[in-house]
Design a protein around this ligand. Structure first.
Ligand code: ZN
Length: 245
């Protein structure tokens, strides 16, 4: 979600959004995130009950939990076409895979740092991200300075946990940094009964019939925010009629 928010902030239009899909063959299966330029983000993970850490560092073993697969970025540029970029996962560690994605798919050399610290009850203690990219016209000296900053960078989750703001992190890395824009970010889901019904209408007739069986009300849950929506068998039969037509 940190990366999706940063990438959506690089878009120009307020309504433009970025969707990130990470699909692996290990325990987690799929991670799906959507972030808008206005700072709204939503995301889910298909198997959230996975807890793996590396024995030596005690860090969360994200790469192991994701496995082999791909990372896909879809940018909804409104008016214009969609942009879709896909790369194979290199390590499953999110920051490393995005550095690879930017370099290979968007041809922009980038340094990416993302991290999350969790409490013993698995709630999030600190989470954040940083992307440094080489702009067109950057000099050798600029690149050297950026590399130096990246090499001295502490884990971003640690900095956030110490109470550093995004502005402080940047100003500590580059003393001549000029902040162009600051904005808030929010977990916000835009699901609705209508959207949920629309989603159900993409299922096959057989799948819908299976949902109905002998029930009176059908409960559905939004993957992103866990909001529940209820439909009657009549609602779902209506979908089948629409399909038949
Ligand atoms: Zn929702």
């Amino acid at each position: 979600m940190s990366i999706a928010l940063m990438m959506a902030s690089m878009q120009k239009g307020k309504e433009e959004s970025v969707t990130i899909q990470i699909k692996g063959d290990a325990m987690i299966e799929t991670i799906l995130v959507n972030a808008k330029n206005n700072g709204n983000v939503k995301g889910y993970i298909s198997e959230p009950h996975v807890m793996l850490s590396y024995n030596d560092t005690n860090k969360l073993a994200v790469g192991k939990a994701i496995g082999n697969g791909f990372l896909r970025v879809t940018k909804d540029l409104k008016l214009k076409n969609e942009f879709v970029g896909t790369v194979d996962l290199q390590t499953g560690e999110i920051g490393e895979d995005f550095a690879y994605y930017f370099t290979v798919s968007e041809q922009i050399p980038s340094a990416v740092s993302v991290g999350v610290l969790v409490n013993t009850d698995n709630s999030v203690m600190a989470s954040g991200g940083l992307i440094i990219q080489v702009m067109p016209g950057a000099t050798e000296e600029d690149i050297k300075e950026a590399e130096k900053a990246v090499n001295n960078l502490k884990p971003i989750s640690e900095l956030v946990n110490q109470g550093q703001t995004a502005r402080q992190v940047i100003e500590n890395l580059f003393e001549d940094a000029k902040v162009l824009l600051e904005k808030g970010v929010f977990f916000k889901c835009d699901c609705s009964r209508e959207r949920m019904l629309n989603g159900l209408s993409t299922l096959d007739k057989e799948e819908i019939l299976e949902m109905i069986q002998d029930k009176e009300t059908i409960e559905t849950v939004c993957n992103f925010c866990n909001e529940k929506y209820y439909f009657t068998t009549e609602d779902l039969k209506g979908l089948i009629d629409e399909k038949s037509n």
